[in-house]
Design a protein. Structure first.
Length: 333
């Protein structure tokens, strides 16, 4: 519940959305996010406890944050995750809690997560093809992801969205089958452009399959897409409906059409570093305050400093762009 002035940055953007990473570990190795081998994970004692995460979330809610997305690494590898959800749901002023998962462990955990009060799930599904899944994630397991989706539907999640990262030269053939799958299952599907957050430095503009290209492919196959209403102006996705009326498709185009001017997101990494952007090159250390007797006021000041330092835009398209040192799995997507 906001009891303090809102979290405004120097451009007047109010920060109401917290991305909370609960682990940097993962059970697969997507090439756009993690190295294939010798992954450097933070020692377990560095990772924030549930109590620390909940305290941080409570402080954020007093500053006007009303949405939390739990992410990682793979959040479902964090032991007893439903306990964290139960505690987050109780925080006054948090209207929406969502979780982003690769779906591998979802069939085992969907029921407990739903019972803990989680209503919204984003499940990453870049392909339906076993070999492409292996090429992307360097692991097998697409059938477990599909089982996870089916279980989540069965246990009554109110909103399940599929996220597909699109890579030129790799996932073009997946666009139409994914859209057909989403339609059949009555799920929302969002395509996300590949961002320079991979661990091995292989990102290049030429690997970005843009939202516009994907939309063309879909329109060739399904006919014209119809723009859908946009209830939340700060949402990064631009959504469309099919003429058939079934299914909904969205595009998140951070590279070809950056949405920084309406960004309302704040992030905390699994070990308690606060970030104002996926691409920020500075971090603010909340762990140190959380563990050394820092007061709520001191943590509030740290969050405000972080938000105030937010740049106008990520600048991927500018010559000055500096890739952050940390890859996606270390930040929290
Ligand atoms: N492990 C979970 C998962 O994969 O859904 C949650 C964490 S993951 C980092 C969150 C989202 O970030 C996923 O949908 C993933 O596809 C996306 N992602 C990872 N690396 C990316 C990149 N370089 N560019 C764009 N999206 C990326
Ligand atoms: Fe793991 Fe998610 Fe990163 Fe893939 S995108 S390696 S599933 S954290």
């Amino acid at each position: 519940m906001p009891t303090r002035p809102p979290l405004l940055d120097s451009l007047g953007r109010a920060h109401t959305n917290l991305r909370m990473s609960v682990t940097d570990r993962c059970n697969i190795r997507c090439f756009y996010c993690m190295p294939e081998e010798n992954v450097e994970f933070k020692p377990r004692e560095e990772i924030l406890t549930f109590e620390e995460l909940v305290r941080f979330a409570r402080i954020c809610s007093a500053l006007g944050v009303n949405k939390i997305r739990v992410t990682g690494g793979e959040p479902l590898v964090r032991r007893n995750l439903p306990e964290l959800i139960t505690a987050l749901v109780k925080i006054q002023g948090i209207d929406e809690i969502a979780l982003t998962t690769n779906g591998i462990l979802l069939s085992e955990q969907a029921e407990a997560l739903r019972q803990a009060g989680l209503k919204r799930l984003n499940i990453s599904l870049d392909t339906l093809d076993d070999d492409t899944f292996f090429r992307l994630s360097r692991r097998r397991g697409i059938e477990r992801v599909l089982e996870g989706i089916a279980t989540a539907q069965r246990v009554g999640f109110e909103q399940i969205r599929l996220n597909a990262i699109a890579i030129r030269g790799l996932t073009e053939e997946d666009i139409v089958p994914l859209a057909e799958f989403a339609m059949q299952q009555s799920l929302e599907l969002r395509f996300i452009e590949f961002m320079p957050l991979d661990a091995e430095g292989n990102w290049g503009n030429s690997a970005v399959l843009t939202g516009a290209t994907i939309k063309e492919t879909l329109e060739e196959h399904f006919g014209k897409l119809i723009a859908a209403d946009r209830p939340d102006a700060s949402q990064p996705a631009v959504d469309f409906k099919f003429t058939s009326g079934k299914g909904r498709i969205g595009f998140i185009n951070p590279v070809s059409e950056p949405f920084c001017s309406t960004c309302n997101r704040l992030r905390i990494t699994a070990e308690g570093k606060v970030r104002n952007c996926l691409f920020s090159t500075s971090e603010w250390d909340a762990q140190q305050l959380l563990r050394n007797g820092g007061s709520d006021e001191e943590i509030e000041m740290l969050i405000r400093d972080c938000v105030l330092a937010k740049k106008a835009a990520h600048g991927i398209d500018t010559p000055e762009f500096e890739k952050p040192e940390r890859a996606m799995y270390q930040i929290g997507g």
